[in-house]
Design a protein around this ligand. Sequence first.
Ligand code: SF4
Length: 390
Amino acid sequence: MKKSSQPSLLNNSEQKAALPCDHIPIRPGNFVADRIFLAKGSMTTPERVRFVERICALYPEAQLVECPDTPHNRIDLREQDNLARHQKGKHTLVFGEHKSAVRFSAEEGNACPNYWHFSPYGFCFYGCKYCYLAGTPSYWHSPAVRIFLNLEEILERIERVANQANMPTAFYLGKLQDGLALDPLTGFSGVQVPFFAQHKFARQVILTKTGQVEQLLKLDHNQHTILSWSLNPPELSERFEENVPTIAERLEAMKQCAEHGYPVRAIIMPLIPVKGWEKIYGGFVERLLESVPIQRLTLGGICIYQNAKALMEMKLGKGNNISQSLDPRSKIGDGRIRYAQPLRLEMYGHIVRTARKLRPDLELALCLEETKAWKELGIEDRMGHCNCLL
Ligand code: SF4
């Protein structure tokens, strides 16, 4: 690969990627912090101390725990019961630093290409009952919401990777967190969006369920920030997602961002095969496409590992619609449990046909699927252009 001679944006005094200390933090609508941990790296510079203190001041009721020798992923919530620990984590905020926050994914056994992703945050405070992330080792043992303060270092790494790639390269924020849920608190978008806007090669793709986008509407993004919303029909969101912005709030946020010129995408995942799903999803896709000029729609079924499934069943019972439709024989090479392939193809096919009628130009993609599914839907020429990538 060729090395770029592009000057560093981070050395440019007008484009400093330090913490947004002039941002006035706002409590995100759905987040209540009972305990705040000041973990390793959170208080090591005067700038970090000021930044953390301003956020802590918004939660005077929270218990403050200083643990400067404990890394962010070793916070012990002192709760043995798996469900109770998970619920406690949703009300626990950890400040720390993440030294390997920019990573290349290591997907195997499905049609997804690997991609760069980054983590100024870890986990999230929303309560989706099907959450796959809750079952991953780090958030299973220490399921707290995390804010990483080494943002400058994270963007420096992105800059190095993008310059080395010497071509437009996506960096995805949403694999190990919600990408914007904590933004009203941190104001990180005020640093990230200008950084990517001015970069020749680096682009960010953010996945979120937020309804709070005021901060984004003030920023010049140069279309180098792509915003993607995770959606499901309202009647299913109400049943399977707790403590999240409503679908109407998300659609409104998408609309505002699209009007402000951001490229906007949607991902409907997991599709949930409840009785009458054809009508429910068909109607919802029509509503989505009529209300927001999205560029790309990505679809996916449930793709879940054992721990996340166990947690989901503690919340919903074993008879829930997702569990009842899982087919253990449908594991493809990546080991995740899915719905049976005929059901997945039927659901994708129905939505693709509905979408195509309204928007023949709409880019369509699948998430964590097999090559065969792309082919059956006639969209194999789009493989590699899904939600996490350009
Ligand atoms: S938004 Fe994503 S990470 Fe957060 S609870 Fe829902 S599925 Fe999990």
